[in-house]
Design a binder for this molecule. Sequence first.
Ligand code: HEM
Length: 407
Amino acid sequence: MATTEPQIDFTSPAFKKNPYEILANMRRQNPVAKISLPGDRTGWLVTRYEDVETLIKDPRLSIDIRDVYPPEVIQAVFPFGEVSEGLLHSMVFSNDPKTHSRLRNLVSHSFTPRYIETWQGRIQNIIDEIINQLPEHGEIDLIREVAFPLPMIVISEMLGIPVEDREKFRDWSNSYVDSLGNPAAAQAIIGDMAEFQQYLFELIEAKRANPSDDLLSKLVSTDVEGDRLSRQELIGMTLLLVMAGNETTTTLISSAMLTLFQNPEQKELLKQNPALLKPAIEEFIRYQGPLLNLNDRWAVEDFEYKGQQIKKGESVYLCVASANRDEERFQNGNSFNVQRSDLQRHVGFGLGMHYCLGAPLARLEGVIGLHTILQRLPEIRLAVPEEELTWRPSIITFALEKLPVRF
Ligand code: HEM
């Protein structure tokens, strides 16, 4: 097995433009590969489906950085006061099953498929209003005008974030996500994050003073068997739900549309047979999902895996974008086919204890959003040559910056 250090830069435009050939080579030649990361760090990239599936359950890896580094080191990587602390203490970064299920149980009833179905009519109204504001024909950035507002309005309404604050919230949370794993980018947004923190303090206080029917008001006043969420936990939960739910769902819709522009016969099929959209969501996520990698998993001890020596403190990236194209698992993994028979097996929503809490919501928004775009903008097509599209510079997400379309 190769032990060289490939210079993979996940954040580079060249890699994001066409990662699949590089990832296929890695699956073949170097499936557990040492890689260079921003900030002179090294880590591991795991590209085969079977290894992603195995390592996600491996207790020698933790999703909680606090299991491997002391507070002063963590503070340097996550320097945003209670914004960072809140997120680090949120369910997605809890490795301890008891802490994790305590936090997840507080909100899980709001994300069950059955409860999410009650949002169907409202989601349809929101996307209809968004499309009503567009001209009959024209050119827009589909992300800015359609794919971003839909999930942002939905989660803001669920949580009770005021309408006028939503754009600010989007900018803060996008810059936070882009800075993850990139210390230089993190330093550049310290001031913005201090404002974000202040905003969250005030929002929580406003909900305490004037509770209404939204999820955040409920969380602020939740008292399950004497268990109350601290301010830090409330900040963590709010941020997690907004960050985990927005950009990913925006990207689901924009990447799905790009995939349809690249596969016009599949676009026609979905236009003619809207019932296929529900299963198609799984294929969109498998073929070009919103995430490149799962969140960092940290080695809590030195160990050997498939001949590689993984050292305590190193981060391991479980590459879902690669696993979801693994030909060992998916026949013709590099072709997009909404009628394939192995749709449900993708790992784009993760696996195990941290399996995406918001999957039912993401699926419903995806189906309604894409259906409405295809029916109401039937002439929709790319407005620029595909080579001009650019991707956001994140290690974890795989998201277009803009999607200019004509209709
Ligand atoms: C297509 C859209 C989405 C994708 C692809 C996606 C993907 C994922 C993945 C892969 C994980 C596991 C992360 C890991 O193990 O490192 C995850 C966790 C999570 N997602 Fe999503 N997600 C999406 C939409 C949403 C939405 C709409 C929400 C809620 C509003 C949401 C809330 C969460 C939460 C709270 C977690 C943490 C769960 C836990 O730790 O138990 N996600 N998501």
